[in-house]
Ligand binder design. Structure first.
Ligand SMILES: [Zn+2]
Length: 359
């Protein structure tokens, strides 16, 4: 009982203090209101009358919802709700169409309601660190202006492909989650400069990652990676963190293999791909979109540089990154995936590609 009355008293005093601050802000027609760390459980409804408000700080309180009166804040561009008790996105956010920056770190969010999320179309910054999210809704792609997204320390098992439609995204932070993979569409995030996905359970990085020409920082430390994508060196990285992964080690044994029998489709595809290239290939296939679609998946052999379609050998080369790229973070020799067209190429001497022994 005693504890109860004490906390009630504290709550009342906190409320009064907040009311005083709001009154003062009302008188001064304030553009900025800071109610951080006031032990508030509720936001005073009068805040909704601060029509000129740009920035509202409500972090470090005990708030679990926002009053509907806040929908009148047509000029609000920044809202900090960090370290509170929100279990869902407050409905009133639907009306705050001018919002650019939204902080929701350290709350109890288990899911993001799509109907609220899709209204936040002017957000450039969204911080969802330290919540209980297991997934992000596809509607995240409606945040077309988003530049900075951070969802560290959640329980994400996957991220939707549609996230890759965020054309303006510069930084994506997904550290300390349960991700097993990254979407193949990641190559569409053409403005991405920083991708931070350490401490997850990622086993393979998508090849498409290597088309991100603006990527400067890649952090994949503490995952389950054995090997890096074939075109890793195409990236123009300035920082690369990959420690604590079970990377393949260079521990060589000799092996010679019998050449394999290719399927008719593979033989035909190789014949066409290597006989015709570039323009003459697209001319020849002008009326055969299906064939064009199939042949679009072709790759080049790392040894003979000729094309192949579906039959290839996964090999590895060990590359000393320190000699290959100029980078500020410490880098060493890493295993990079290489694809070979045949055992014939594999058995040839003079190359530095090794088969992968399955333990
Ligand atoms: Zn070859």
């Amino acid at each position: 009982m005693r504890t109860g009355s004490v906390s009630l008293e504290t709550g009342r005093r906190a409320g009064e203090m907040a009311d005083t601050l709001v009154l003062r802000a009302l008188r001064g027609n304030a553009k900025h209101l800071d109610l951080s760390g006031k032990k508030l459980r509720r936001v005073p409804k009068a805040v909704g009358r601060l029509f000129e408000l740009n920035r509202l700080q409500l972090k470090n309180n005990l708030i679990s919802d926002l009053p509907a009166e806040l929908q009148a804040l047509n000029n609000l561009t920044e809202l900090n709700l960090g370290n509170n008790s929100f279990e869902a996105l407050p409905e009133v956010l639907k009306h705050l169409r001018q919002l650019r920056k939204l902080h929701l770190f350290d709350n109890k969010l288990e899911a993001l309601s799509p109907n609220v999320l899709e209204c936040l179309e002017n957000l450039t910054f969204l911080n969802l660190n330290k919540n209980k999210l297991t997934t992000l809704p596809e509607e995240i792609c409606r945040l077309a202006q988003l530049k900075y997204l951070t969802v560290n320390n959640n329980q994400l098992e996957s991220v939707p492909s549609k996230l890759c439609l965020l054309q303006h995204l510069c930084e994506l932070h997904l550290a300390h989650n349960k991700l097993k993979s990254l979407p193949h569409d990641i190559g569409y995030l053409t403005n991405l400069k920083k991708l931070s996905v350490p401490r997850n359970e990622i086993q393979v990085l998508p090849e498409e990652l290597c088309v991100l020409r603006n990527l400067k920082v890649l952090d994949v430390a503490g995952n389950q990676l054995h090997i890096f994508p074939t075109k890793l060196l195409y990236l123009k990285l300035e920082e690369f963190y990959y420690e604590q992964n079970p990377l393949l080690e260079k521990d060589l044994i000799t092996s010679t293999q019998m050449n394999e029998v290719l399927t008719l489709q593979e033989i035909t595809a190789r014949y066409i791909l290597n006989g015709l290239s570039g323009n003459s290939l697209s001319e020849a296939l002008e009326h055969y979109p299906e064939a064009r679609k199939i042949l679009a998946h072709a790759s080049l052999c790392a040894v003979c540089k000729r094309s192949f379609l579906n039959t290839w050998l996964e090999c590895v080369s060990f590359v000393d990154l320190a000699k290959k790229i100029s980078i500020t973070s410490p880098v060493h020799v890493v295993p990079i995936r290489a694809l070979l067209c045949s055992y014939k190429c594999f058995n040839e001497s003079g190359h530095q590609f090794y088969g992968i022994a399955i333990p």
